[in-house]
Each structure stands twice: as structure tokens, then as C-alpha cells.
Design a protein around this ligand. Sequence first.
Ligand code: ADP
Ligand code: MG
Length: 249
Amino acid sequence: MDDILLRTENLGKDYRLGPQTVHALRDVSISVRRGEFVAVMGPSGSGKSTFMNLLGCLDRPTTGHYFLDGRDVSQLSRDELARTRNRKIGFVFQSFNLLPRTTALDNAALPMTYGDYPRRERRDRAREVLADVGLADRTHHVPAQLSGGQQQRVAIARALITRPALLLADEPTGAIDTRTGLEIMALFQRLNRDGLTIVLVTHEPDIAEFAQRVLHFRDGRLMDDRLAASPPLAEDVLASMPEEGGAEA
Ligand code: ADP
Ligand code: MG
């Protein structure tokens, strides 16, 4: 199997805005190997979300190529893109995007309801991924009965249920407190150790430091691509923090 999971070649994205053209992404060439954990940083408007939308097969580039798992997906039709996305990619967002009146179990199972899976298999697999993110005892809770961190775990379970090759996370710790953010990073690090390739957008250096590699964007360009010598373990940072409740003091 090819060691490279994704590769972009002079990738660019323009948006037409009336008479204006916005060059949201310019000339980005990059490779990510299977099993890497990459953080994407850069100021607001630097093209991070545009880059993630292209990696996630949510949108097509204006110029250049995107190879995912060995296949050029830059010019696929909308339907083919959607199929590729459902098979290969899991998404996690800042705002969790859970269905409010739906249990953790059914939220996690959602991506499988679009496939041809028997109900039994769907529920078994949803229980399995919820257990994997530490929520075995919360399967029948609806989002309002869960903390922010637990809701994000449900969203991560939902992203993992189809066993994607790539997990994309856009500011996954943006809406939760510091300790909970560290717990989410510890979970990502564990999933990554188990082989999952992760690309995560964050504007917080304290979050990016847990990745093995950090990309910096500015004005739609990739300005910096750096490997971390030995990223700290979020678990260790958590263990060295004062106990719950003392954290805010
Ligand atoms: P970031 O995620 O780093 O904040 P974005 O990728 O969202 O940046 O945006 C990059 C640039 O492209 C910005 O100048 C933004 O205003 C512009 N842009 C993003 N999406 C659109 C769109 N749908 N139409 C027009 N311009 C857009
Ligand atoms: Mg953004």
C-alpha cells in the first residue's frame, strides 16, 4: 500500500465575488503520509477552511490536483466526490453538529444510515465507537444531557464509525474549556497512535503542539511546514494539572 495518503499539487481555489476574485488558496503542494498527525495554523482568512474543504472532498479546486489514496479526486463529479467523502473521510467541527433530539447512539450511527447496513449492525458498531471514545454509559443521552466535551466525543465517534482513512477536524477544541480540550487532544493522540491520519485546524499554539507536524498558512499560501521533534502527550499535561475545580482557581 502506498505510504502517502494525500498529496496536493499546486492546489488553488478562487472564489468569484461579484466583479472580484478572491484567491483563497494558492499553489499548495504537500504530501501527508498515512499515520501522520498534522496541525494547520494561520490567521483568520488565511485559507485554512478552504484547504480543509478541498481535503475533505466538500469542494473542488480551481487549479492543481488533489490525490487521495492514490486517486486524483480534483475533477470528480459532485456525486463521486460525495461517495469518496463518505468512504474515506470523517469530519469533526467546532460546533459538534449533533442532532439535538437524537441519542448519542443514533447520532454516532448517522453516517451508517446512508449505507446499506442492517439496523443491528449499525447499533452494534455505534456502541463500539462510543465505547472507544469513553461514552459506553451515555448511549441513550441526547446532546443537551451531555457536557461539551462529551458532545464532541459523540461527534468523534460519528466521524469514526465508517472507519475513515482520514480524520479532518476544524477547530475541534474551539468551543470547550482548556482541560476538556486537552482530553480531546489526548483522544486524538491515542487514535493517531492506533494508525488514524489526522489533519486538525487550530489557532491555538497550545493545541497545535500535540501534532507531529505543523503547517502555517498566510494569504492562502503555505508559508511553513515543520516537524515537531517530540510532541508532548496531552495525557501527561492533564496528569500534571491541578484537580478538577482547582483548574479555574
Ligand atoms: P480561514 O479558515 O483561514 O479563516 P477561509 O479559508 O475561510 O480562511 O477563507 C480564505 C479567504 O477566502 C478569505 O479571504 C475568505 O473571505 C474567502 N472566502 C472563503 N469562502 C468564500 C466564499 N464562499 N466566497 C467568497 N470568498 C470566500
Ligand atoms: Mg476557518
